[in-house]
Design a protein around this ligand. Sequence first.
Ligand code: MG
Length: 389
Amino acid sequence: MKKIVVLGSSGSIGIQALDVISKLKKDMAVVGLSVHSNIPLLKSQIKQFKPKAVSVNSPDEAKNLKEWLASNKLKTTVFYGKEGLEQLVSMKEADTVLAAIVGAACLAPLIKAIESGKTIALANKEVLIMAGYLITSLAKKHSVSILPVDSEHSAIFQCCIGENKSKIKKIILTASGGPFHKPNIDFSKITLKDALAHPTWKMGKKITIDSATLMNKGLEAIEACVLFDVDIDKIEIVIHPQSIIHSMVEYVDGSIIAQMSKPDMRIPIQYALTYPDRIVSNLSGFDLAKFAKLEFYKPQFNKFPCLKLALKAARSGGTFPAVMNAANETAVKAFLDEKISFVSIAKIISKTMSAHKNTAGKDVETIINADDWARKYADNLIRINGRTK
Ligand code: MG
């Protein structure tokens, strides 16, 4: 029986993870949940899963929740704030932490979970961009496994099982291409609604915008370097609009191994939670004939500057990936708030990266400082420039 803490249980991945767990009751149980602000959903999740503890954002929310729990005769412990997340992931009752908080906020609880020896199912990619090698070396030190939840990385992970990693020639990272892969798109006229209409995947807002700019694939390239310990030049990005092949690994003998499934995040979530086992699920039923046409294209770097910027940050190393990531989070938030245009996202990131003096990024503090600096710098650019025409 696996005992799981779900960080970010009201987000897209968190909700789908709870759906997976609810169908595998014999094999796993929820012992902890955390949300940032969706208390109504947390209440219904508490009623369904009866976790040992939960964590919310503020002391006021914690107080209100405790009153609600008492009036419903529920015995869940309530933590709050950054410390609350750390208390939640280090509970002795938990053995696995599904880290599905979006963005840099996931870093501190993730480090605590690793230090507490929990198995990590990692859905957050930003922390690996910021502090990837610090996280993987910490995991090694504590003999902790980090199992990827991101569909591409779950695919690569599966394509590497039983193989010698030194025989990898390259990793072929597939991308749906997002809604703007089509020809004749006027990028200056893209609206928020256009950018949120992803053709194949149903995801949270931040990642949906990252998919539309192709930043997501740049972030995933760095994520793959960290998780599989390969050089950025061994990662090839291929646009595959059907989202059926989730990534491939080419070996030195010319064989390419691919992992395929319907584009449904519950498949990689379940694999990360049941690994090394595979468990029967109701997600099967994959009719290849319905997907007779699988296409592959090279990405158009000139149309998607965010992808170029991410790869540049990967090659530069040090604090550059953290700065690029922080500027992207800030710019995407401003685009979601309709403060800047779609094309301004890349401009904000590029300007922030140009102003940054790269350093080695040897410890978490250096990285957090670089992240902080980049957020303020990008925020300032957004404030000064307003909506870039
Ligand atoms: Mg992905």
